[in-house]
Design a protein around this ligand. Structure first.
Ligand SMILES: *Cc1c(COP(=O)(O)O)cnc(C)c1O
Length: 430
């Protein structure tokens, strides 16, 4: 057996909301002075997602229209057994990987993009603005807007705008407008360009520009690809499917690992299993893999901070490297973010989730191994999770334990070949 599949009918009918089951009361966004931006939220987000952001309901129904588009993009995604990797590592562990790379834009991000575009349209919006780093989120939202008949405008971090021309083409093909950020189209962008006309940009700056647009026009909403509670919620289709798939083959997970930028693919895979662990029904390790160059969970502080650089978002309690932290431009662009999902952060703080770092050389080495034994070329982001999954499988070789290791395979690397090229030619830095 290489592949565990589910039928279209088995697409989950509800998302799982971890807010109902957290082990401690989650800290509220700061509503005092600096945190006053809370009143801006209804101008920025649709009613549908704002309700979900604050909801305490354990299960939230997935609208029929959203489930139909999930079907169209190929959900449920298969769970693969990595027999090639098991043989290569000579491990008694069973390694599985959940194929979020098989969606049309090549990552998990469509799971929330489709839902966010649906609620924006329902609420009468005409345009969604957003930020994108490497372009995975921008291309997912561009496609979701195209499906839902909405306009889309993407602020793309300037350095990626130059380095990733093909992601730009994908977004243009899906009829979205792309601006290099900082741009001269917003006040905050102009302020950044005054400081440095060649500013490389950052996710935090691009978020500020996109929010500024939404604040200025009531037909415009902003959409965020990670970090927020409703994004984690939408991604739980991943873990709910994994649960059904493991049940089908009579297995339970011992280790689940995912990479973390803002935390969404990790949360999606892991959250549906957290309650079982808290209830004592499941003995499973949850490991979040992050870059050594942007070590939010392992080196950041657990405190209130802004989600963007200009300070337009509410203050949220999370692990953060500081909202003015500009991470070095590593190839795993999707993991270059100073903050973290408050729910993932809380679980790390409570010791339920563990953070680990992976260096740039290590991750490409793991990606090369994986590509050769499994055939799929992983995104540099995904390679972080693969490296940690491999480490755990090697531990099993030494201990003889037959653990089930689940890797959330967040995306493919076919548009990240520059990174692999630098790795192969010895031009990588850590
Ligand atoms: C965006 C992205 C990530 C990081 O974002 P999360 O919200 O932490 O999941 C990881 N992998 C891929 C392939 C991505 O596109």
């Amino acid at each position: 057996m290489y592949r565990v599949t589910l039928s279209e009918k088995e697409i989950p009918k509800k998302w799982y909301n971890i807010a109902a089951d957290l082990p401690v009361e989650p800290p509220m966004p700061d509503q005092t002075e600096e945190g006053h931006q809370l009143e801006n939220l209804p101008k920025i987000f649709s009613k549908g997602v704002l309700e979900q952001e604050m909801s305490q309901d354990r299960w939230i129904e997935i609208p029929k229209e959203v489930r139909e588009v999930y079907e169209k993009i190929g959900r449920p995604s298969p769970l693969f057994r990595a027999r090639g990797l098991e043989d290569h590592l000579d491990t008694p562990a069973k390694i599985f990987y959940k194929r979020e790379d098989l969606s049309p834009t090549g990552s998990h991000k469509l799971n929330t993009a489709i839902a966010q575009a649906y609620y924006a349209k329902k609420d009468g919006a005409e345009l969604l603005t957003t930020e994108t780093g490497a372009g995975q989120w921008g291309s997912a939202l561009a496609l979701a807007c195209s499906f839902m008949d909405l306009d889309c405008k993407v602020y793309m971090v300037r350095i990626s705008f130059k380095q990733k021309p093909y992601r730009k083409t994908i977004m243009q093909l899906y009829n979205s407008e792309i601006l290099a950020s900082p741009s001269d189209k917003t006040e905050f962008g102009r302020k950044m360009l005054e400081k440095d006309p060649n500013h490389p940009g950052s996710l935090g700056i691009a978020i500020s520009e996109a929010i500024e647009d939404a604040l200025k026009d009531e037909k415009v909403y902003y959409s965020l690809g990670s970090v927020l509670n409703h994004v984690m919620l939408h991604q739980t289709v991943i873990g709910l499917e994994i649960k059904k798939q493991l049940e089908k083959i009579d297995e339970t997970p011992d280790v689940i690992v995912g990479c973390v930028g803002g935390g969404s693919n990790f949360a999606g895979a892991v959250f549906p299993f957290v309650k079982d662990k808290l209830d004592g029904d499941l003995d499973c390790q949850f490991i979040a893999a992050e870059p050594t160059s942007c070590p939010t969970l392992t080196q950041g502080e657990y405190k209130y901070d802004f989600g963007d650089t200009a300070g337009l978002t509410p203050l949220i309690k999370m692990y953060t490297l500081g909202h003015d932290f500009i991470p070095p431009s590593v190839h795993a662009g999707g993991l270059r973010y100073h903050g973290m999902s408050p729910h993932v952060a809380l679980l790390v703080h409570e010791g339920i989730v563990e953070g680990r770092t992976v260096s740039q050389t290590e991750l490409f080495k793991s990606g090369e191994v994986f590509a050769n034994v499994e055939g799929v070329i992983p995104a540099p982001e995904t390679c972080h999770a693969i490296k940690i999954g491999m480490d755990e499988a090697i531990k099993c070789r030494k201990s003889g334990e037959e653990k089930n290791i689940i890797i959330n395979f967040s995306g493919h690397g076919l548009l990240d070949l520059q990174g692999y090229d630098d790795y192969l030619s010895g031009n990588l830095t850590d």
